[in-house]
Design a protein around this ligand. Structure first.
Ligand code: NDP
Length: 440
């Protein structure tokens, strides 16, 4: 903490890993001798730069851009770009650190990184977003490359932004290579990449339930967020016969007791992806739904609705100890993290202690980066794979992450603890590669 002052999110992510891997370090003194944890906690490189752009009024705007290149022991840096006013190095370091373990869990050769800007896309015109993306990538392009560092999307960065950044990269480099993932299908993108994080999350949950001879079918599900991850989690829950009943944005949430149907989901997609509207408009259109404004209270009433499963898909620390207690009280039996670190450490302890099935984001939201890895493979080969093929690989990877996490947990005496298992499995893979590559 003294080494990284003022970065509480990074401390939180680091504490979770340090705690989980203690038994591994005790059993394998090599890791301590090689100072693996200390090395993992220090980014290999952080790039910070100015992004200057002109708004529609002709005024000059100045933002900050970053890329945290955390660890490249098992492959090129890989991880998303986040555009949100809250972005600062502490958030990106936590995300990049998590990404290292997540990418290792996918079984694909990808190191970990994360980047972004404090730019706020909300309320900006199409042209302003384009100018910002172009200026952001005019600098970032110098630090990335298809064998060096391959960014993707995250909060505030979807297909539109990836397109503008890719365009700038191509113009400056005169090179059509897969320097970004999440590209449009038809210019290097993979089918199913858009759906992958949300779908993968629900595949993971299905694996957890199947282990107990149960399934998503018939389960009432709470979802937060209404962006990329939330939309496709809702879609896959519907495919599997579950009943999604909530969605949210940073202003509030809707609760549709009758369930969000395919038709209503199409409304959300159009509202959020094309019209860039607010979730309360759902309740204006569908009278079955009730809208609750974000109260910024001690707990979020979204997590106090009676349900079987909960999928937080918005942002970090959106579920606190009180929310966790409410879920336990209401009989929630499974919590699958779609967002990165949506549960506080206290919330995690409460749900695990009360026997709720809990999957950490680094395991259950890894489907997105896994499919980015599949996009990279297609780009290297210069080919396109059909949606069924990509979906098949995604399902297989989610099952493997599920099983690997369980086996690692069992090996160290934490039967059924997906959090400890995922942390240990990711850690040992990267640690072994670092030892093999010497002191660099
Ligand atoms: P989007 O930008 O598409 O959607 C984010 C959603 O979360 C929006 O509904 C947004 O509301 C809401 N949100 C964002 N910040 C806050 C906040 N501070 N308080 C309340 N609500 C908030 O992002 P994604 O769906 O891509 O990402 C969501 C989460 O999933 C993030 O934690 C991300 O890191 C993680 N993730 C994403 C992956 C991907 O493939 N996209 C892969 C793995 C993890 P509003 O519109 O009002 O801002």
């Amino acid at each position: 903490k003294e080494r990284n002052p003022g970065e509480p999110e990074f401390h939180q992510a680091a504490e979770e890993i340090i705690e989980s891997v203690k038994p591994v370090l005790d059993k394998n003194p090599e890791y301590r001798k090689h100072k693996i944890l200390e090395r993992m906690l220090e980014p290999e490189r952080i790039v910070s730069f100015r992004v200057t752009w002109m708004d529609d009024k002709g005024e000059i705007q100045v933002n900050r851009g970053y890329r945290v290149q955390m660890n490249s022991a098992i492959g090129p840096y890989k991880g998303g770009l986040r555009f949100h006013p809250s972005v600062y190095p502490g958030i990106l370091k936590f995300l990049a650190f998590e990404q290292v373990f997540k990418n290792a869990l996918t079984g694909l050769p990808m190191g970990g990184g994360k980047g972004g800007s404090d730019f706020d896309p909300k309320g900006k015109s199409e042209n302003e977003v384009m100018r910002f993306c172009q200026n952001f990538f005019a600098e970032l392009t110098k630090h990335v490359g298809h064998r060096t560092d391959v960014p993707a999307g995250d909060i505030g960065v979807g297909g539109r932004e990836i397109g503008y950044m890719f365009g700038m990269h191509k113009k400056l480099s005169n090179d059509f290579t897969g320097v970004l993932t999440g590209k449009g299908v038809g210019w290097g993108g993979s089918l199913m990449r858009t759906e992958a994080t949300g779908y993968g999350l629900v595949y993971f949950a299905e694996n957890m339930l199947n282990r107990l001879s149960d399934s998503i079918k018939g389960k009432v599900c709470l979802i937060s967020g209404s962006g990329n991850v939330a939309q496709y989690a809702i879609e896959k829950i519907l495919h599997m016969g579950g009943k999604p009943v909530t969605a949210s944005d940073s202003s509030g949430f809707i609760y549709d007791e009758e369930g969000i149907t395919h038709e209503k989901l199409e409304f959300i997609k159009d509202l959020k992806n094309n019209k860039r509207g607010r979730i309360h408009e759902y309740a204006d259109k569908y009278k079955t739904a009730k809208y609750t404004k974000d109260t910024n209270g001690a707990s979020n009433p979204l997590w106090d609705i009676k349900a079987d499963c909960a999928f937080p898909c918005a942002t970090q620390n959106e579920v606190n100890a009180k929310d966790a207690q409410n879920m336990v009280k209401n009989g929630v039996q499974l919590i699958g993290e779609g967002a990165n670190m949506p549960l506080t450490i206290e919330a995690i302890n409460i749900v695990i202690d009360n026997g709720v099935l809990y999957s950490p984001g680094k395991a259950s939201n890894a489907g997105g980066v896994a499919t980015s890895g599949i996009e990279m493979m297609q780009n290297y080969l210069g080919s396109y794979w059909p949606a069924e093929e990509v979906d098949h690989r995604l399902q297989k990877i989610m099952k493997e992450i599920h099983d690997t996490s369980l086996i690692a947990a069992r090996h160290y005496g934490f039967e059924g603890n997906y959090m400890v298992g995922a942390n240990i499995a990711g850690f040992t893979k990267v640690a072994d590669a670092m030892i093999a590559q010497g002191i660099v």
